[in-house]
Write a protein that binds this ligand. Structure first.
Ligand code: SF4
Length: 227
């Protein structure tokens, strides 16, 4: 599917990825001026925990749990001061609570031992934290103002393919393609723009191409993708 959209961009004479990316970012930024992370947090530590909790669940779900959680657990030490079962109960509603509690406690331990209790900014340091995969690390680094990659979630994957920005399926390879084509200053906001566009306009099953500001730049416009 992705391969045909890259080829289709050429067939439709839409121009190279590098030439289309400027207007794509510009138009999406105008269309979704409110596009930002949906998780609610007030500190680097709350950001890190929120992103860890958001695995396999919705941001809305996480936001329901975190106000009480963050009132109780303010410092890395606080997560280690209770039995793991208590933390599991406190994050139960986000799902996968056992793995998440274990990962959070391991992360807090490492923050205290290796990083003076602070959340590191570098991607290579963030991915050392237990339970912090590249996507989580990318989200945290970007929100801390130090984007070192491009977050690829399900919306970013789908839209990047439909827009003919990548022919890859694997998130790591998609990210590599996006890093080549998206200007570095836009690495942090680009995923948010695609995520909001994906939610509001470019739905997985029923993309609203006739209402889309990218229709003349998009090689899959008005093509109904196979489910
Ligand atoms: S033109 Fe259609 S397929 Fe392309 S980005 Fe817009 S809604 Fe999605």
């Amino acid at each position: 599917m992705a391969r045909s959209y890259v080829g289709e961009a050429r067939r439709r004479g839409l121009g190279r990825r590098r030439d289309r990316i400027g207007p794509i970012v510009e138009r999406l930024a105008a269309e979704h001026a409110d596009a930002e992370i949906a998780l609610r947090f007030r500190s680097d530590l709350e950001l890190l925990v929120s992103v860890m909790l958001s695995a396999q669940t919705t941001d809305v779900n996480v936001n329901r749990v975190t106000p009480a959680l963050f009132a109780k657990y303010r410092r890395p030490e606080d997560y280690l001061a209770v039995p793991q079962e208590e933390l599991e109960r406190d994050i139960y509603a986000t799902g996968f609570f056992r793995q998440k509690a274990k990962a959070i406690r391991g992360t807090m331990q490492m923050l205290l031992e290796e990083f003076d209790g602070e959340v590191p900014r570098r991607l290579d340091q963030l991915v050392l934290l237990p339970g912090v995969a590249r996507k989580t690390a990318n989200v945290v680094a970007a929100e801390l103002g130090h984007a070192q990659g491009v977050v690829v979630d399900t919306h970013v994957r789908r839209l990047s393919q439909r827009l003919g920005l990548t022919r890859q399926d694997d998130p790591v390879k998609i990210e590599r393609d996006l890093q080549r084509v998206v200007p570095r200053p836009d690495w942090a906001r680009f995923p948010h723009l695609l995520i909001w566009h994906g939610r509001r306009v470019c739905d997985a099953r029923r993309p609203l191409c006739e209402e889309c500001v990218l229709a003349d730049l998009c090689p899959s416009a008005r093509i109904v993708p196979a489910p």
